[in-house]
Ligand binder design. Structure first.
Ligand SMILES: [Zn+2]
Length: 264
């Protein structure tokens, strides 16, 4: 039995990214105050949908995390050598679909989210359980979530429903790169984590299993906030690393940078 590994699925997510330069009808007051700037639109299932206005005061919600370590880290999306990140002036809403969650996993998801908050300085906001099935071609804006990008979803699956979980892959994580409502600055949105019920269930039956299972969830959440894999096997962002349960110096540097992006 191979040790569970995890990969990032990012291809296909960027494909739904917002394009600029198309006027949409029904201008709002915010549109008028952005006079001369076209509101960006997204194409979702063949329909053009206006990119939601940022619900933001323009101030960070939590203090940025000082970079105090250096080591190998990478980012999944970059634009002009700057990583593409979540907007730290907005809450990162997240939801959980617990269907398929193995025994003993209660609490691990929330604990992993709290850990990512600590190391990124991003503010997550839990919105409860949902029926939406987590997958990577989800619509970025969905009626049930209102006029905003869909919250980060964490769900459970198996290799039949999610072939990318085949073999020893224990989880998948990523976000979409989108533009804000105006301009061409890119942000992350609508993140997805899919966890392998069977792999994590087996792990939870072993000694130190819950610590290792949580480290898998933390690894996938790090993909959600924009981190990619590294070669250094002492970092948690190594693609197949099961040895490290704690963040390495490069992981911590990457997470601090991931949380220090610009606001809209
Ligand atoms: Zn990974």
């Amino acid at each position: 039995m191979g040790a569970p590994t995890r990969i990032a699925i990012i291809l296909g997510l960027g494909a739904a990214a917002a394009g600029a330069g198309i006027w949409a009808t029904g201008a709002t007051w915010e549109d008028i105050t952005h006079m001369g700037q076209p509101r960006n639109v997204l194409e979702i299932e063949g329909q053009e949908i206006r990119v939601p206005q940022a619900q933001t005061t323009g101030e960070r919600l939590s203090p940025a995390v000082a970079v105090s370590t250096t080591g190998e880290h990478s980012f999944l999306f970059t634009e002009d050598e700057e990583p593409t990140r979540y907007d730290p002036c907005m809450e990162l809403a997240w939801v959980h679909n617990p269907a398929g969650m193995p025994d003993g996993a209660e609490g691990l998801v929330a604990s992993a989210v709290a850990d990512i908050e600590t190391y990124t300085g991003l503010a997550f906001s839990y919105e409860g359980e949902v029926d939406e099935v987590a997958h990577f071609d989800r619509a970025l804006i969905q009626e049930e979530y209102g006029d905003r990008f869909a919250p980060i979803i964490i769900g459970w699956s198996d290799e039949e429903s999610t072939p990318d979980l085949a073999g020893s892959t224990a989880g998948l994580g990523g976000s979409s790169s989108v533009t804000g409502a105006y301009g061409d600055q890119r942000f992350l949105a609508a993140g997805v984590v899919i966890l392998d019920t069977e792999d994590l269930g087996e792990l939870l039956g072993e000694s130190n299993g819950s610590e290792r299972a949580e480290s898998i969830i933390r690894h996938e959440l790090a993909h959600v906030v924009g981190l990619g894999h590294v070669e250094d096997s002492t970092e948690l962002m190594h693609a197949e690393n099961m040895a490290a349960a704690a963040w390495g110096p490069g992981d911590r540097q990457g997470l601090a940078i991931a949380g220090a992006g610009p606001c809209q």
